[in-house]
Ligand binder design. Structure first.
Ligand SMILES: NC(=O)c1ccc[n+]([C@@H]2O[C@H](COP(=O)([O-])OP(=O)(O)OC[C@H]3O[C@@H](n4cnc5c(N)ncnc54)[C@H](O)[C@@H]3O)[C@@H](O)[C@H]2O)c1
Length: 172
């Protein structure tokens, strides 16, 4: 359903990961997209054209560094000049500092298997997701689906709320 048809979504940090999932979810709902983030020009261009080809919307790219206010202002001006307005902004860009050489989440599985002499299922169930009742990793697409819902009229009265997607981790 094209609930964002004709709208414009700026997603910071959307050249990969969760940000890219937001961008593709919004494009799938009809929004024109402003991609942002760091990446090799050829890879970013592939990502940008894939959005246009897959969803029939327009996607532009800004390399603005989110640590530089002037560059952020330029990105928003670029969006407004190109599309006339900005309707949705997702502040997603970021990096996560983890312990030296310790990768994030699923990438920890092989090393943890070796270090603890466990199989893959044991590492997932008893280590990484030990505190999470569903025992399944949250996907970027699931996070993006919630964001898309929050952009809809049905979610108009959800404002200032802190919503968890954590497989029951905090409730357990
Ligand atoms: N993946 C996880 O398990 C997880 C968990 C909790 C929170 N997060 C947070 O979610 C966000 C996205 O994570 P991800 O896993 O998709 O990471 P990712 O590394 O795949 O994506 C991060 C994006 O931000 C961009 N970026 C980084 N610094 C930037 C800057 N200064 N200016 C503009 N763009 C910049 C990168 O180019 C990339 O597009 C991050 O803020 C991360 O800390 C991730």
């Amino acid at each position: 359903m094209a609930i964002l048809k004709g709208k414009v979504a700026v997603v910071t940090g959307s050249t990969s990961g969760i940000g890219l999932a937001y961008a593709r979810a919004f494009a799938g709902a009809g929004a024109n997209i402003v991609l942002n983030g760091i990446g090799a020009p050829a890879d970013v261009e592939k990502t940008r054209t894939a959005i246009e080809d897959d969803f029939g919307v327009k996607a532009i790219y800004s390399p603005a560094n989110m640590a530089e206010p002037v560059e952020i202002a330029h990105m928003i001006s670029f969006a407004e000049r190109t599309f006339g307005s900005v309707d949705v902004l997702v502040n997603n860009a970021g990096i996560q500092h983890v312990h030296v050489w310790t990768p994030l989440v699923e990438k920890q599985i092989p090393n943890t298997m070796k270090a603890r002499n466990m199989d893959r299922d044991q590492v997932i169930n008893d280590v990484l997701l030990a505190a999470q009742p569903t025992k399944e990793f949250v996907t970027a697409e699931q996070v993006a689906s919630l964001a898309l819902f929050l952009c809809s009229h049905d979610a108009a009265q959800i404002t200032g709320a802190n919503l968890s997607i954590d497989g029951g981790w905090t409730a357990a």
